[in-house]
Design a protein around this ligand. Sequence first.
Ligand SMILES: NC(=O)c1ccc[n+]([C@@H]2O[C@H](COP(=O)([O-])OP(=O)(O)OC[C@H]3O[C@@H](n4cnc5c(N)ncnc54)[C@H](OP(=O)(O)O)[C@@H]3O)[C@@H](O)[C@H]2O)c1
Length: 339
Amino acid sequence: MSPSPSSLSPRRVAIVGATGAVGREMVNVLHQRGFPVAELALFASERSAGRVLETPFGEKTLVAFDADVVKGYDIVLLAVSGEFAKQHAPTLASAGAIVIDNSSAFRYDPEIPLIVPEINADALGSSKLIANPNCTTAILVLALGPLHRAFGLKRVIVSTYQATSGAGAEGMAELEEQTRNQLAGRPVTNSVFRHPIPFNVIPQIDAFQENGYTKEEMKVTWESRKILGIPDLLASCTAVRIPTYRAHSESVTVETIRPVTAEAARAVLAEAAGVKLTDDPANGVYPMPLNATGEYDVEVGRIRANPVFGDNGLDFFVCGDQLLKGAALNAVQIAELTL
Ligand SMILES: NC(=O)c1ccc[n+]([C@@H]2O[C@H](COP(=O)([O-])OP(=O)(O)OC[C@H]3O[C@@H](n4cnc5c(N)ncnc54)[C@H](OP(=O)(O)O)[C@@H]3O)[C@@H](O)[C@H]2O)c1
């Protein structure tokens, strides 16, 4: 039996971006999972320096990021922008810290492992810099990985329903404030999202690429291939922002190499690590963001044969807390692998 995290030698942990949507969850997850923390330091921008946060580890004063200080920590969890990560992560890692980066800066670098522990922990290697996947992808591969092992994946088509917190703390604030404005008959403006988000769905997340897909959509293809170890996987995603706070939902269609049935898929997913089979539609039981919020496991349900692909087709619905499995939880799980 492997030792529990709390029986291992404690590490000095730094969270950079500790005031953000992801950073705040990282503090909670480290505590909930009993990560062996010798010292926890919380870093953010100059704007937040000196603010005191109540945390499960006690009161913590936020410190302005300083690379020379942060590089002395054993584990650095980065929850900042890609530009910031590009500028600082390699330096921190070459100084000896294990750096787990939540941005997309290093995910497509063949030398940098991109890890979802339930799926490809063996790809970790000895790299000091490790990439955490895009939130939609992390949630998706928890279902795709076991299905691939059992039936072989040929093609994947995904449509997403992504919560406002996927755009950070400011995304949630915009939903809340603009919904109030809308209901009070005041003008509704938008700055985080391209269009007003209350009572709307926006089929654009991130910038459009030359091929007509958005970058968010292409991340799902690129990252699923790398994590699942299927470089030629055919995958297409449509990513849509919806006016919920938290937890991303995904409607998924797969074509498999070997025949699959809904019953066989259900049996595989019932045993899959990190998955909660949530599939009793007759009783109104299926994955939903309100139920998945705050949960570590990703809900999978509405599993049914897809008639377009005959004996090799499956449809299902997935819902996972993207701030947890799509970010903070996955990052802490990676940190646990390094203990
Ligand atoms: N939200 C999600 O669902 C999600 C999921 C997976 C991955 N990610 C990725 O995780 C990262 C963080 O996302 P988020 O949603 O948590 O963003 P967020 O809520 O906007 O938080 C950003 C954090 O970065 C800090 N920051 C900004 N500039 C800084 C600087 N110069 N020095 C130090 N800290 C600085 C901010 O501190 P101040 O408060 O002081 O400005 C804040 O703590 C991004 O790369 C994002 O793409 C997000």
